[in-house]
Write a protein that binds this ligand. Sequence first.
Ligand SMILES: C[S@@+](CC[C@H](N)C(=O)[O-])C[C@H]1O[C@@H](n2cnc3c(N)ncnc32)[C@H](O)[C@@H]1O
Length: 229
Amino acid sequence: MMRAGLDKEPSDVARMFDAVAARYDLTNDFMTGGLVRYWRRVVTDAVGAQPGEVVLDIASGTGTSSVPFERAGAHVISADFSLGMLREGARRYPDLSFVAADATRLPFADDSVDVVTMSYGLRNVREYAAALAEFRRVTRPGGRLVICEFSSPTTPAFRELYTRYIMGSLPAIARAVSSDPESYVYLAESIRDWPDQQRLATTIGGAGWRGVEWRNLLGGIVAIHRARA
Ligand SMILES: C[S@@+](CC[C@H](N)C(=O)[O-])C[C@H]1O[C@@H](n2cnc3c(N)ncnc32)[C@H](O)[C@@H]1O
């Protein structure tokens, strides 16, 4: 068993995801009571992928987050730096194009994609402001950014309750269902440590994106940030 720490050492993060790859999607469904499927539909609408567009799904994991864009007729690049997740994805979704890539050093040309989207990935990137600038570099002028990430419940009482859940109950549930329960301790800590909606929006703007806005889901447990290049 292994998990990354809050320093988010990239090799530790990648190894942690290697270890959970086989049961990643199943555990996601279980831990969110299926809500992740609804959140993915909201992301799909926010991305609004059009036939023929190039969509970069960075930190695509097993590729489950990429599937709706492919179904919309876009050309999807599913990129991740965990070889374990990529392998599981290639087995599960043989039609997707998987690429090994680090979010902070993308192997793509300037202005080469229409959309960059990232679901539940950015929180794991130590230099996330640099990653946002890298996403901007590869996106054509007028292209779009959609980031879906755990965020901060907007009412203080709910925030308090939620923090108790993720720090207490969630690791206990993970011990019952996950192949690597320790990684859920990291999940809880990284959610608690992550900037709230406004701070993330400011960082996205600072990376060269414009018109940054967000939508809260489930009272702010998840937020979807959108912006334009
Ligand atoms: C929680 S999973 C999300 C997977 C997928 N997007 C989804 O919605 O199910 C986070 C993914 O981010 C990837 N990741 C974390 N840091 C990364 C980085 N710097 N570059 C590329 N991928 C990264 C991990 O390997 C992992 O597959």
